[in-house]
Design a protein around this ligand. Structure first.
Ligand code: NAG
Ligand code: NAG
Ligand code: NAG
Ligand code: FE2
Length: 432
């Protein structure tokens, strides 16, 4: 009794410290699973309460205890966060409704669709692609548009290719907390998958690793830094380009590149079911901005980095027939043609908004969801022939994999709330 009163008192006094926050969903390495993660600032036992709806064999409200890890988010000070996770079995036919917490504080109730990778084959999936996303005014614009989009439009997953929050560890981790709270209304409803960028490495990736649990595989040893999954008619791969460009991590390069080789080989064996292979990374292989020139950055990321990355990755992507390669880090949008060895490769038919049967990987830079660093000038002082369209608008991409033959990509401007670019990719062969 005394303990209860004491705990109640603590709960009331520290309103907010016991209430789940930073709620987000993610897919795991197993089909038919969803992981739900949230944070409290007190070491409480919390539960997930959930039910399934709109399907045969719906389950009524059930309770599943979460387990938590203790994470010191501080830098100068110790600042404990209790990161709770629970994984539940889901079925693609159902909608799930859930809330989390304990007597001392409850989350809002959210719903998500029971879709997960690696299950049955179906057509038509829609993914939002974001990168280089922080809080602040311009980051909020992207949040607002994505919130609107997920309530009106089909969105099955969100893939964030590095540079989160600017930066997760800043202000004793409070910048990370506040960004995760900003995205909560989105990430608590749509699975949110992440891979690291250079900003995650500022703190040795400890915030990234603790706050996000991505699919594990034999090569990433539980870090979740690189992984792949099958959804709809596509095989998605998120890789970590920091390993490749940072000399300090040289020993890890081949762990990742060899895994990628094996993963692409396997994806090619499965190509009659999932003919599209889509890779997302943080750094660029092809962009026409020379970062020694624009007004802000003084390094030469699209020069030196891209030369290193091409050496490790380009032949592999080409030989294994990767259809689309999304890159970020440069804060702008740039859509390139199919490219091999720095040259445009002609498709059976090309126009500004369409490639029919492309014969090389298409490279798109989408690194401008909005953050404190602002954007790069999209007007290149070293223009490249393979660059089709560039814009500085803050925003994100939407990738619709219709079926085995059609992909439609749109780039949105978060400020103007319109699509500023689009592309059809059509193919009648399984691969080039
Ligand atoms: C960074 O992480 C690696 C692997 O988790 C660890 O071996 C290394 O000691 C860490 N370095 C620092 C500076 O914390
Ligand atoms: C790529 O080709 C362009 C000409 O289109 C040239 O200016 C540039 O230096 C080449 N880059 C590399 C890395 O070969
Ligand atoms: C694939 O999707 C496109 C775009 O909606 C459509 O035009 C085409 O007929 C579809 N193909 C098949 C086989 O369903
Ligand atoms: Fe970056």
């Amino acid at each position: 009794m005394f303990l209860n009163i004491l705990l109640y008192y603590i709960g009331v006094c520290s309103a907010g410290y016991a209430t789940p926050e930073q709620i987000h969903l993610s897919w795991t390495e197993n089909p038919n699973e969803m992981r739900i993660t949230w944070v409290t600032y007190l070491p409480l036992s919390t539960n997930l309460y959930y039910r399934s709806l709109l399907c045969k064999d719906s389950i009524d409200w059930s309770e599943k205890p979460a387990s938590y890890t203790i994470f010191d988010a501080g830098n100068i000070f110790i600042r404990y966060e209790f990161i709770h996770t629970v994984t539940i079995q889901i079925s693609s036919d159902c909608i799930y409704e859930y809330y989390a917490g304990s007597y001392y504080g409850w989350s809002p109730t959210y719903k998500f669709r029971g879709l997960s990778p690696g299950t049955k084959i179906f057509d038509s999936i829609d993914m939002l692609l974001v990168a280089d996303w922080g809080g602040g005014t311009v980051g909020q614009l992207t949040k607002n548009l994505i919130l609107k989009q997920i309530s009106l439009d089909q969105v099955d997953g969100i893939l964030h290719a590095g540079d989160l929050a600017y930066d997760l560890p800043d202000l004793e981790g409070m910048v990370g907390d506040s960004w995760l709270n900003m995205i909560q209304p989105i990430a608590a409803r749509i699975p949110y998958m992440v891979s690291p960028g250079n900003h995650e490495y500022i703190n040795n990736c400890s915030h990234f690793k603790n706050r996000f649990k991505m699919p594990i595989n034999e090569a990433n040893q539980g870090t979740g830094y690189f992984f792949s999954f099958d959804l709809g008619r596509a095989h998605f791969i998120m890789i970590n380009t920091e390993i490749i460009v940072d000399d300090k991590m040289a020993s890890e390069i081949y762990t990742e590149v060899n895994w990628l080789k094996k993963d692409l080989k396997k994806a090619n064996e499965n190509r009659d079911e999932r003919p599209w292979i889509i890779v997302l990374t943080h750094r660029n292989l092809y962009c026409s901005v020379d970062w020694t020139l624009p007004y802000k950055e003084k390094n030469s990321n699209c020069g030196v980095d891209s030369i290193i990355l091409r050496r490790y990755l380009e032949d592999l992507l080409y030989q294994e027939g990767v259809d689309l390669f999304f890159q970020a880090h440069v804060h702008q949008y740039e859509r390139n043609s199919p490219i091999y060895k720095n040259k445009t490769v002609k498709s059976d038919y090309d126009d500004k908004y369409m490639h029919v049967n492309p014969k090389a990987t298409i490279y798109i830079t989408n690194g401008n969801a909005g953050n404190i660093e602002h954007h790069n000038n999209p007007i290149s002082k070293t223009p490249q022939k393979w660059s089709i369209f560039a814009a500085e608008a803050y925003g994100y991409g939407k990738l619709h994999v219709f079926n085995k033959t059609h992909i439609y990509y749109q780039q949105y401007s978060s400020g103007r709330e319109i699509a500023i670019d689009h592309l059809w990719i059509i193919k009648d062969k399984l691969r080039f």
